[in-house]
Ligand binder design. Sequence first.
Ligand SMILES: NC(=O)C1=CN([C@@H]2O[C@H](COP(=O)(O)OP(=O)(O)OC[C@H]3O[C@@H](n4cnc5c(N)ncnc54)[C@H](O)[C@@H]3O)[C@@H](O)[C@H]2O)C=CC1
Ligand SMILES: O=C(O)C1=N[C@H](C(=O)O)C[C@H](O)C1
Length: 238
Amino acid sequence: MKIALIGYGKMGKAIEAIALERQHEIVLKIDAHNTDELTADNLKKADVAIEFTGPHTAFDNLIKLIRFGVPVVSGSTGWLERMPELQQEIKAHNGSFLYASNFSIGVNLFFELNKKLAALMHPHSDYKVSLEEIHHTEKRDAPSGTAITLAEQVQEVYPEKKKWVNDVLPAADELLIVSKRIGTVPGTHTTTYSSEIDDISITHTAHNRKGFALGAALAAEYIKDKKGVFTMKDVLGL
Ligand SMILES: NC(=O)C1=CN([C@@H]2O[C@H](COP(=O)(O)OP(=O)(O)OC[C@H]3O[C@@H](n4cnc5c(N)ncnc54)[C@H](O)[C@@H]3O)[C@@H](O)[C@H]2O)C=CC1
Ligand SMILES: O=C(O)C1=N[C@H](C(=O)O)C[C@H](O)C1
């Protein structure tokens, strides 16, 4: 498969390594220094584009890629309030698109566990639920996209939690997400239920970026010849 990498930073490079191992070819690499090369002509060479740039650049890139007619795997976080606009564009262009706040297989299993644990805990009102995410100091957005997904899953089960809040003292109807930025941590997410008597926590700890990169490669292989909007649940059959 011929892959265009949009964003050639920590994730772009990790995806390149996994893609080459899986016998794919990187036909285009775009980063902040050659954005003028993100053209329809250059994208014609690619079977799929994988976008990992960041919160401020993702939406414009994704719109362009959809208009160019290339299937898109989208990993950048921090832009999701614009997803409805993008969805319209995908529909209008009969595009192929797959977004995940976290591509790692482990985290996608963790998402399922998070939903189940929330359902078990909800009847036990002595336990107060909260979330924590820890990432490297270069991360631009907080809370992490993964933490937002986890929070939204908890809110589905706890409708009394009207919204999540980040790093402030939460009101009774708010769900706290604590964000920490430490060294080179690739990504650690914890959901905790805390009572006066005891705590129950589930944690996913990424040891490196290989899991995110492998998931993005699997997603690219999955959408290459499909039309529509997909998730990692489709890729992993969850
Ligand atoms: N969904 C997931 O599984 C994961 C998502 N991420 C997200 O991916 C994004 C990127 O993360 P990293 O690779 O760690 O960041 P990074 O800062 O290491 O790399 C970003 C790259 O994007 C390039 N770039 C900046 N502006 C651009 C533009 N307009 N067009 C094209 N390229 C541009 C930069 O030159 C750089 O090469 C972040 O939003 C992060 O949260 C990161 C890891 C996993
Ligand atoms: O920026 C990162 O590094 C990561 N971002 C994603 C997120 O915001 O959830 C996924 C992963 O945790 C690494």
